[in-house]
Ligand binder design. Structure first.
Ligand SMILES: NC(=O)c1ccc[n+]([C@@H]2O[C@H](COP(=O)([O-])OP(=O)(O)OC[C@H]3O[C@@H](n4cnc5c(N)ncnc54)[C@H](OP(=O)(O)O)[C@@H]3O)[C@@H](O)[C@H]2O)c1
Length: 340
């Protein structure tokens, strides 16, 4: 009976205020939802952006922010067949998209849509797994969404393709997932990141990593693309002007899927699309990732949780500090709070 479960949340009472810990009602999961008892919560840039600013006109305050949870299933909706109480899972929470605090991550229990959750292997710690959801979901929308790059989906068999996916900002949370997904879709992936992250990104599957601080960056990436065709480009972070310069001078698909609103000014022939991270809850991309691909890929170890977690602290009280840590900037890491 979910009504009897006690639940505390880190409330965002209004933009510009710090988190406030207090009780939050729990409701039964609807037919297509699960309730997760959170053991770990990861922080994304949008969390502190929404703490500081009223960016979403539809969002009522007080609200509960946050997208990334890992924990155990505490209750399931009537139509849910894939999960049972006690299963270890991750979930991508969508409170700020649907204006429902019960679906926010920054609390002890979170309601998540069934097709936005995936089981995790026993060997994977909750703090490790919590880094995945929004970074993974956003990369998937950019690569597979019909209004973005619309590439063929990831598979365990990795049918090899001749074309290249360029990931700009590979060491970011979105970038680490974009590299792994592009490779799982069979593409060769080249990426732009700092030199110190090169080894990590090659382990994730990038075939070449170009240092964003190099004065010859655009020429270096273009040289790597010579005699190759782009299947598409995902801009996670970094200079979009340099990214457009590369794409504009390359062969193949000159479309850039960008995490931030792309500027109108771009070289002739370059197309750009803005990634709406949570949109996969409403189309085929959500089930493609969370039902069909991720559970087996995690179980087989062909997909890993990256970037690695940096534990900001324990308990809901650590969440404010975690937001400030992510705002101050991370390097090849994801800020995580452990609850259990
Ligand atoms: N549209 C959406 O729905 C959506 C969803 C999620 C995120 N986002 C946005 O996507 C962006 C990425 O988010 P995130 O959570 O993935 O970021 P993040 O993990 O916080 O990004 C940090 C990483 O960016 C790298 N970086 C910094 N400057 C760079 C540069 N000039 N070139 C290449 N890499 C650079 C850093 O690497 P080094 O430390 O090695 O320099 C660091 O590892 C943010 O702007 C976020 O707001 C949008």
């Amino acid at each position: 009976m979910t009504q009897r479960i006690e639940n505390l949340a880190a409330w965002q009472q209004a933009p510009g205020q710090k988190l406030h810990i207090g009780p939050a009602d729990l409701r039964q999961p609807a037919a297509n939802e699960i309730l997760i008892r959170n053991a770990a919560i990861a922080i994304n840039p949008i969390d502190w952006l929404l703490q500081d600013n009223a960016l979403l006109p539809w969002l009522d305050y007080p609200t509960i922010l946050g997208s990334d949870v890992a924990g155990e299933v505490a209750a399931v909706g009537a139509d849910v067949e894939r999960f049972k109480v006690g299963d270890r899972v991750i979930g991508q929470a969508v409170s700020t998209t649907v204006n429902d605090p019960a679906q926010g991550a920054l609390q002890q229990h979170t309601i998540v849509l069934e097709h936005m959750a995936a089981p995790i292997p026993d060997r994977m710690a909750f703090t490790e797994a919590a880094v995945l959801p929004l970074g993974l979901g956003t990369a998937a929308v950019g690569l597979y969404g019909k209004t973005n790059l619309a590439l063929p989906g990831p598979s365990l068999s990795r049918v090899a393709r001749d074309e290249v996916v360029l990931v700009w900002g590979g060491a970011s949370s979105v970038g680490c997932n974009a590299i792994q997904l592009a490779v799982a879709s069979g593409y060769r992936c080249i990426t732009v990141a700092s030199a110190r992250q090169g080894e990590m990104l090659k382990k994730l599957g990038a075939s070449e990593v170009f240092d964003y601080s190099s004065p010859s960056l655009v020429d270096d990436v273009l040289a790597a693309l010579r005699c190759r065709r782009l299947a598409g480009t995902l801009h996670a972070t970094g200079s979009i002007v340099d990214c457009f310069a590369v794409v504009g001078a390359s062969e193949g698909v000159r479309t850039v899927a960008a995490t931030l609103t792309p500027p109108e000014e771009r070289p002739e022939g370059v197309d750009a699309a803005h990634i709406i991270g949570p949109s996969l809850k409403d189309d085929e991309v959500g089930p493609m990732i969370y039902r069909d691909f991720l559970p087996r890929a995690l179980a087989e170890g062909t997909y890993v949780a990256a970037p690695p977690a940096r534990i900001a602290g324990h308990g809901l009280e650590a969440l404010q500090q975690a937001l400030e840590m992510q705002k101050a900037g991370v390097s090849g890491e994801k800020v995580v709070v452990a609850l259990a």
